[in-house]
Design a protein around this ligand. Structure first.
Ligand code: DQA
Length: 148
């Protein structure tokens, strides 16, 4: 089983970007903790990681992933709230996507309460900081195992 962890704009700045909201850990640290979690939980999946600041590149990656991966864990970051292109790309593919957010987007500014992408995802996990990725991996893995 292969899972892509795809992160959108400004998440390369984690650690120094608004740490009171997003925490003090870098994206590399969050990713390496996710691998440790996968091993500890005996999750039999290969993880690949990709981060980009560009909307079109997220669309490209989602389309490409359809041929290569069994599922995607996606944090579209600010594009969550604006991108119909990303929402359409998720709808166009046959593999499940789980949307994650470090912060609880529903308890923040009004413009963050809307997710276009989540309309087409299997699930959304928001508000557990770096653990949002772990919960997404657990949920997606169980889903894929039961829907082989
Ligand atoms: C975010 C929430 C978004 O509203 C914001 O633009 C981000 C990060 C999160 O993980 O909490 O960049 O996706």
């Amino acid at each position: 089983m292969k899972i892509l962890i795809l992160n959108g704009p400004n998440l390369n700045m984690l650690g120094q970007r608004e740490p009171e909201i997003y925490g003090f850990e870098t994206l590399d640290k969050i990713n390496s903790e996710l691998i440790e979690f996968k091993n500890k939980e005996n999750i039999d999946a290969e993880l690949d990681f990709y981060q980009t600041n560009h909307e079109g590149e997220i669309v490209d990656k989602i389309q490409e992933a359809n041929e290569i991966y069994d599922g995607i864990i996606l944090n579209p970051a600010a594009y969550t709230h604006t991108s119909i292109a990303i929402a359409d790309a998720i709808k166009a593919i046959n593999i499940p996507v789980v949307e994650v957010h470090l912060s609880n987007i529903h308890s923040r500014e009004d413009y963050r309460n809307i997710s276009y992408s989540a309309k087409n995802t299997l699930a959304q996990i928001a508000g557990f900081s770096k653990n949002s990725y772990k919960l997404a991996l657990l949920g997606l893995y169980e889903y894929l195992k039961n829907n082989e």
